[in-house]
Design a protein around this ligand. Structure first.
Ligand SMILES: Nc1nc2c(c(=O)[nH]1)N[C@H]1C(S)=C(S)[C@@H](COP(=O)(O)O)O[C@H]1N2
Ligand SMILES: [Mo]
Length: 270
């Protein structure tokens, strides 16, 4: 298994040098979201090669209404412990806003009605979790590309970072609130990131509906990311903020996502 992976990576690395030359400058190909180590470079070249072989705009398979899973599993956080989130949920997310900022011309705070005013896209797709289960669901919401067009991404922007409401470690979830030092007090929330190729992909949407109903809390209310050609952990739930950046190195553990900081691949293409 390990050997096969290594061989595959070698093949991709070798292939990428030739295939990529005409499409991507070396400087660009050499930059992963997390920096410039040799390992990160290898991972980056691998995903670049996969994209070249599979096509950057390849669509994820679509399914029909009858394929929709009657019980879509909820995974990871299914009921955020954070008081601020609970207050928003109690009030039916009337006061919730999505902050969109960073390397943009016009930062915005978008309410749910603001998001519903964008052209909506509906897609029935299969969600594949790295743990080995899959479920099929129907998702509705604006294309991320429409929202990014509204804020006007600057040319330096290379990654889109998604910040979530749910504390994973060290915060209210741990049941401590008062007696910690400033450092301990930093609660770690779920976050994720995409490069612009996946961010602008037509099936990458900000979903406020699941199976024709407002997104339930267990699945990320009021808004979650759907990025249909990647594994489940990329699909950030409980979105609070989207930031355009030129590097993820200074965010969280620096590897582009909560699970990435704990060893998962940043590029989780399927
Ligand atoms: N904010 C947040 N987003 C998250 C998670 C999480 O724990 N918190 N878990 C991820 C994982 S591992 C999966 S498989 C999917 C699960 O989505 P679901 O609950 O709709 O099945 O959400 C992803 N997004
Ligand atoms: Mo997952």
């Amino acid at each position: 298994m390990a050997n096969a992976k290594l061989t595959r990576r070698r093949f991709f690395c070798a292939g990428a040098a030739g295939l990529g030359a005409g499409l991507m400058g070396c400087d660009r190909a050499a930059q992963g979201p997390a920096g410039h180590s040799v390992l990160e470079l290898a991972e980056h070249v691998t995903y670049r090669a996969q994209r070249l072989l599979l096509g950057a705009n390849r669509l994820a398979p679509k399914f029909s209404e009858s394929d929709i899973s009657p019980n879509f599993k909820a995974n990871g956080t299914s009921d955020p412990p954070d008081e601020a989130y609970k207050a928003l949920a109690t009030n039916n997310f009337v006061d919730w806003r999505l902050r969109v900022d960073g390397l943009v011309a016009n930062p915005l705070n978008l309410s749910l009605p603001d998001l519903r005013a964008f052209p909506a896209r509906t897609q029935i797709t299969r969600h594949d979790c790295v743990e080995g289960w899959s479920c099929i669901g129907k998702w509705t919401g604006p294309s991320l590309s429409e929202v990014l067009a509204r804020v006007g991404a600057r040319s330096q922007a290379r990654f889109v970072v998604f910040y979530c409401a749910d504390t994973m470690e060290g915060g209210e979830a741990a049941g401590e609130t008062k007696t910690r030092t400033t450092l301990d007090n930093q609660s770690i929330r779920y976050y994720e990131s995409l490069d612009l190729i996946d961010a602008l992909h037509p099936q990458t949407i900000l979903a406020y509906e699941m199976n024709g109903e407002p997104l339930p809390v267990a699945h990320g209310a009021p808004l979650r990311l759907r990025v249909e050609r990647q594994l489940g952990y990329k699909m950030a739930k409980y979105l609070m903020r989207i930031e355009l950046v030129d590097s993820c190195a200074s965010i969280g553990g620096g590897r582009g996502g909560y699970w990435e900081d704990r060893g998962y691949d940043w590029y989780a293409g399927i």
